[in-house]
Design a protein around this ligand. Structure first.
Ligand SMILES: Cc1cc2nc3c(=O)[nH]c(=O)nc-3n(C[C@H](O)[C@H](O)[C@H](O)COP(=O)(O)OP(=O)(O)OC[C@H]3O[C@@H](n4cnc5c(N)ncnc54)[C@H](O)[C@@H]3O)c2cc1C
Length: 258
């Protein structure tokens, strides 16, 4: 079985996150780049299946700047078999449609039985790339799975909604996305890091995939403006001098809450 895992490099979740107000893109210099934690879980799910089913091939795929190579190598050090890195400056600022076009073309080229992605990246947060990729590949999709079972011909899992838990299943080939309910990614070992240096690492551009980055015939969205979130204003503090209840009620009335 060949499993393709979609991985994305994002700014460190615990570090400072800023937008470049000139370009509207992530300010990649503001904090250390890391493999998105949700994608680490996706890689882990594929590797856990490979551990139990020798012969399983796990290919990690990203579309990211050339500087993301070390992050891709981390997924190889975790145990992935090979990597595909789509690098092309013409893809800088790619919107969701273009990203999905590129990833689907790369997946078609690699071949796949199953694609595993995170359900929502921690930076862009679009949450639709996996569904778009499934649509472009013309295969079933199971999104936001909180558990994952991979069999020879099917993939299944649980999907939690406000109303309850659904058990869902699809025949392979398929695309699934997973949530933070899945196990964390495994730690890399020195042996894994050394082995990663010798694993197949394919770097391709948009032309290799037959994707035209600036195709006027394709509808793309454009960012009209970008503004930083305003700093948080200090809240109102009520000191209890025996009349806190009255002050609180007055505050709520003034805010239109009551
Ligand atoms: C040169 C270059 C510069 C880029 N600069 C930026 C940037 O500054 N900010 C930014 O957010 N993005 C950047 N990208 C990537 C691209 O624009 C976004 O990945 C894309 O818009 C996805 O949006 P999202 O994170 O909201 O997707 P979501 O739908 O929230 O992502 C869900 C899941 O889809 C998969 N996925 C999403 N994007 C990718 C990807 N690129 N590669 C592999 N798997 C993916 C992951 O599994 C992820 O967990 C850049 C790409 C290139 C080539």
């Amino acid at each position: 079985m060949k499993i393709v895992v979609l991985i994305k490099e994002v700014p460190d979740t615990w570090g400072e996150r800023r937008l470049d107000l000139e370009t509207g893109l992530t300010d990649r210099a503001a904090s250390a780049p890391v493999l998105d934690e949700i994608d680490e879980r996706a890689v882990e799910a594929a590797l856990a299946h490979a551990d139990a089913h020798p012969g399983t091939e796990v290919v990690v795929l990203t579309m990211a700047p050339a500087s993301a190579t070390a992050t891709v190598r981390k997924a190889l050090a975790m145990g992935a078999t090979s990597a595909v890195h789509v690098v092309d400056d013409a893809l800088r600022g790619a919107d969701l449609l273009l990203t999905a076009d590129v990833l689907a073309a790369a997946i078609r080229r690699t071949g796949f039985d199953l694609v595993i992605a995170g359900n929502l990246s921690t930076d862009g947060g679009g949450g639709v790339v996996p569904a778009m990729v499934a649509e472009l590949l013309g295969v079933p999709q199971l999104t936001a799975l909180s558990s994952l079972d991979i069999a020879d011909d099917t993939v299944s899992g649980e999907r939690v909604s406000d109303a309850g838990t659904m058990r869902v299943s699809a025949s392979l080939p398929a695309v699934v996305s997973v949530t933070e309910a899945l196990p964390e990614g495994r730690f890399t070992t020195f042996k894994g890091i050394m082995a990663a240096k010798k694993k197949p690492f394919d770097t391709v551009d948009a032309a290799d995939l037959g994707v035209v980055a600036e195709d006027p015939a394709q509808a793309r969205y454009i960012m009209l403006s970008v503004a930083e979130r305003p700093p948080r204003a200090a809240g109102t503090k009520i000191v209890d001098e025996g009349d806190a209840g009255e002050k609180l009620a007055a505050f709520l009335l003034a805010e239109g809450v009551a």
